[in-house]
Design a protein. Structure first.
Length: 506
């Protein structure tokens, strides 16, 4: 979810902490106190999950295993086909649609669930993995509502998504960290608390995946995702790069990573809330001045975080109060898309996904047995609270220096992981091309003959602001998002954009 970008659970999504801070917000000069009287991150996560109209029956996917893990092969995968509407001709069986479980080796009893969709275009297309945020939301949210091969209709049937990312890639979605979606464990010590645990599990999965599918191991490989994945992705990319350098296991052909509306550098991004909100008239100058008084405390708390777990938890409370205060003024807007209001308690309605994945026919097709589906896990969210304020930008310069391509993109209507905060950290990031990046001109990003965003690039680094899109860019601008992915993977993002000759204002 979204809690990530502060609240990025769904990948996007972020959990918002609004409720807990309501009373404090009304008394501006009262110091917000962070004590046990504040509602737990878990309660905040629960509110966030309800905002999405999701009602997972369990807070986390745990339970005894139905098979002996020792005797189970590392990967159990099956091909599946769903009944599809408007099938354009190719039989679904012709397409490589796979779902499976991977037994995570560095755990007591955890299995990671994944979908794998072979490219509708060409099996030599790059392999792309997608990670939804939260932390604790299933990547199936993206599969069915953003960039997957098909979308859900109101009567729970499926239609092809003309702009699915499987039109340009061999596409993997994983449910992670453990306890999210269909991924589960029978042992609570397998629950992850930081990016070391998360990235090691993902790396182990990738190794097993390419062993299972050796014909794809030579393809280019890209990591993508959204929201709290702004934390996962840099850690995962560094883990893969390090594995390659150390010649651990199979070489993984990592070419780049893309983060959409992510939370990556919290210190900078939490300071951008009031600026973004003022610019978009969500708050007034007097609110702006009042809320900004909290910024130095947030900065200090993040500095204190370092490697001290408790200090990191404190920073979470201190800094998220900035966001809560902005929301107290902004009212009922949808913080993933400021063009919209939340209706009743609902900001989005993703309930079809839960209903669909709980259908007996679907479960049989996927081979998940009676295993519960936890769309967003409040316990997984809660377990990551000390990871939240960590600065994941720190590992990116080393990857850029080694030629790994980095695309940071953001829909311009998202508040929670807004483009402004993302643009700022990208600009202040210290790497050998920093100056040139800063001096590069901003050019239009063109999709479908129209200006669909603004792009700035230098060498391996690109920043793209996407117009008329909220937190979930592929949901709001599916065609532009597919074009972005395709052009970027082919090294043509900057080329395509700069040849389009319009006057740019920025
Ligand atoms: C489900 O909805 C789609 C349109 O969204 C319609 O074409 C289809 O016939 C419906 N299927 C059933 C079984 O009602
Ligand atoms: C990450 O969490 C694990 C426990 O899940 C802990 O053993 C390890 O020390 C942590 N690593 C870092 C870098 O915080
Ligand atoms: C930027 O990084 C370089 C190389 O790591 C380092 O020598 C330099 O001090 C850094 N500059 C700033 C302003 O942090």
């Amino acid at each position: 979810m979204a809690s990530t970008c502060p609240y990025a659970l769904l990948s996007f999504f972020f959990f918002v902490f609004i409720i807990s801070f309501l009373s404090d917000a009304k008394s501006p000069d009262r110091q917000v106190r962070f004590s046990s009287t504040i509602k737990s991150p878990r309660l905040r996560a629960e509110k966030l999950i309800r905002d999405l109209n999701l009602f997972p029956e369990q807070d986390i996917n745990m339970g005894s295993d139905d098979e002996s893990l020792v005797e189970t092969p590392a990967i159990v995968e099956k091909q599946f086909s769903f009944y599809l509407l408007g099938d354009p001709g190719a039989s679904v069986q012709d397409l490589g649609h796979h779902a499976g479980y991977y037994r995570l080796p560095h755990t007591k009893a955890a299995r990671m669930f994944y979908f794998f969709f072979e490219s509708r275009n060409n099996k030599n297309d790059p392999v792309v993995i997608w990670l939804t945020g939260g932390p604790g939301c299933s990547s199936e949210l993206a599969l069915f509502y953003e960039n997957g091969p098909f979308q859900l209709t109101s009567n729970l049937s499926l239609v092809w998504n003309e702009y699915g990312w499987d039109k340009a890639s061999n596409l993997i979605y994983v449910d992670q960290p453990t306890g999210t979606g269909f991924s589960y464990t029978a042992d609570a010590t397998d629950i992850r608390h930081n990016e070391t645990g998360v990235s090691n599990d993902l790396y182990d999965f990738l190794q097993a995946f390419f062993k299972e599918h050796p014909q794809f191991a030579k393809n280019d490989f890209y990591i993508t995702g959204e929201s709290y994945a702004g934390h996962y992705i840099p850690a995962f990319a560094s883990r893969v790069h390090q594995g390659n350098k150390n010649k651990e296991g199979l070489h993984i052909n990592l070419k780049g990573f893309a983060i959409g509306n992510g939370l990556t550098n919290p210190s900078i991004q939490y300071q951008a809330y009031t600026d973004y909100a003022l610019e978009n008239k969500l708050i007034q100058k007097s609110d702006y001045d009042r809320i900004n008084i909290k910024i130095p405390d947030c900065e200090q708390a993040i500095t204190d975080c370092g490697n001290d777990g408790e200090a990191c938890e404190n920073a979470f409370y201190v800094c998220t109060s900035i966001f809560s205060e902005v929301m107290n003024v902004a009212g009922n807007i949808n913080y993933y898309d400021i063009r919209k209001q939340c209706e009743g308690s609902l900001c989005y309605d993703f309930s079809n996904m839960e209903d669909f994945l709980n259908l007996k026919t679907v479960r049989d097709a996927l081979g998940v047995g009676n295993r519960g589906f936890v769309s967003c896990s409040s316990e997984v969210y809660d377990a990551m609270v000390r990871d939240w304020m960590k600065n994941l930008e720190a590992g990116i310069p080393a990857l850029l220096e080694d030629g790994i391509n980095v695309l940071i993109y953001a829909g311009d209507q998202d508040l929670i992981c807004n483009w402004l905060g993302n643009s700022r950290w990208v600009h202040v990031m210290n790497w050998s091309g920093q100056k040139e990046f800063g001096a590069a001109s901003t050019v239009p990003f063109v999709s479908d003959g129209k200006e669909a965003g603004q792009l700035k690039s230098h060498g391996p680094l690109s920043f793209l602001k996407v117009y008329k899109a909220g937190h979930m860019v592929p949901m709001d601008q599916p065609k532009a998002a597919l074009q972005m992915l395709t052009s970027w993977m082919h090294g043509k993002l900057a080329v395509t954009s700069s040849t389009y000759n319009v006057e740019s204002t920025l």
